[in-house]
Design a protein. Structure first.
Ligand SMILES: C[S@@+](CC[C@H](N)C(=O)[O-])C[C@H]1O[C@@H](n2cnc3c(N)ncnc32)[C@H](O)[C@@H]1O
Length: 266
């Protein structure tokens, strides 16, 4: 399997619970107006498939194929489809860099929260373009961590976030990829590019904080990064601060996602 980077979020119970809260009406809200019954769609990096089943509903009786590098996520996605009674969806273990489909075979390719983990986003977009038919389009959505809002402000929490971003960068990802979507889509040869952004306001801030703290602890434990100028003990203190901050009565963690659509010329 093609692995050019390390996927920072991992597949712990907390990570999968965090993915499962997602759904098409919010997280693919920018794509839904472009979908029509009968279309064929690929969802790259589908994870446990909670967005994918919403796309399948939108294009029925068309077909959606969810693709993920990780077998356990494809298993989870199969369960999601069973729970929803979704019939017009299939699943494949594969990499976005090597999609197991012929050229020009889909109307749309969607990808949510994948590109921030990729070391070669341009290669991924070129592969996505290969499988799109003329007139088809890519719809991608990823965070840009420069746009986040976290309240109340807390210096230690801000430092913990810096450490998380450093780990993601050390793993080959890019926490700021959202604002690079325009130039990337242009370079890959897409046209009629439209960019927008939304806040994902986490309704369960302790869950997202726990995920980030665990990933920081794991990243530091593996000596991927000791934090920007910080020792291991200091990083442990930042994780404690992050968990305490998240468990306050009134707390806001709003993450900026950049949504982009680009067309293949007909
Ligand atoms: C943050 S999750 C997003 C899951 C889902 N799209 C969502 O938003 O809920 C990213 C997913 O991309 C998968 N992934 C990572 N690298 C990949 C690659 N090169 N090709 C396909 N999937 C990949 C991971 O296994 C993980 O399930």
């Amino acid at each position: 399997m093609d692995t050019r980077e390390t996927y920072t979020v991992g597949y712990s119970d907390v990570a999968v619970r965090y993915m499962r809260r997602r759904h098409a009406s919010r997280d693919a809200g920018f794509l839904l107006p472009h979908l029509k019954p009968g279309m064929t769609v690929v969802d790259c990096g589908c994870g446990p498939g909670t967005i994918t089943v919403g796309l399948a509903e939108a294009v029925a009786p068309g077909r959606v194929i969810g693709v993920d590098l990780e077998e356990s996520q494809i298993e989870a996605a199969r369960n999601t489809a069973r729970e929803h009674g979704t019939k017009n969806v299939e699943w494949r273990v594969a990499s976005v860099y090597q999609l197991p489909f012929p050229d020009r075979s889909f109307d749309a390719v969607f990808s949510h929260a994948l590109f921030e983990h990729l070391g070669e986003p341009l290669a991924a977009l070129e592969e996505i373009k290969r499988v799109l038919r003329p007139g088809g389009f890519a719809a991608i959505s990823s965070p840009d961590w420069s746009g986040n809002l976290m309240a109340p402000r807390d210096h230690d929490v801000e430092q913990a976030i810096q450490v998380y971003k450093a780990i993601q960068q050390r793993n080959g990802g890019n926490p700021y990829v959202g604002c690079e979507f325009g130039p990337l889509l242009q370079e890959a040869g897409f046209s009629r590019i439209a960019l927008s952004a939304i806040y994902d306001c986490y309704e369960d801030v302790p869950l997202v904080a726990e995920l980030l703290a665990q990933r920081i602890e794991e990243g530091v434990g593996k000596q991927i990064v000791a934090g920007p100028g910080l020792g291991r003990a200091e990083v442990g203190g930042l994780c404690r601060a992050l968990r305490q901050w998240a468990n306050q009565p009134a707390v806001l963690f709003a993450q900026t996602f950049v949504d982009a659509i680009g067309y293949v010329d007909a």
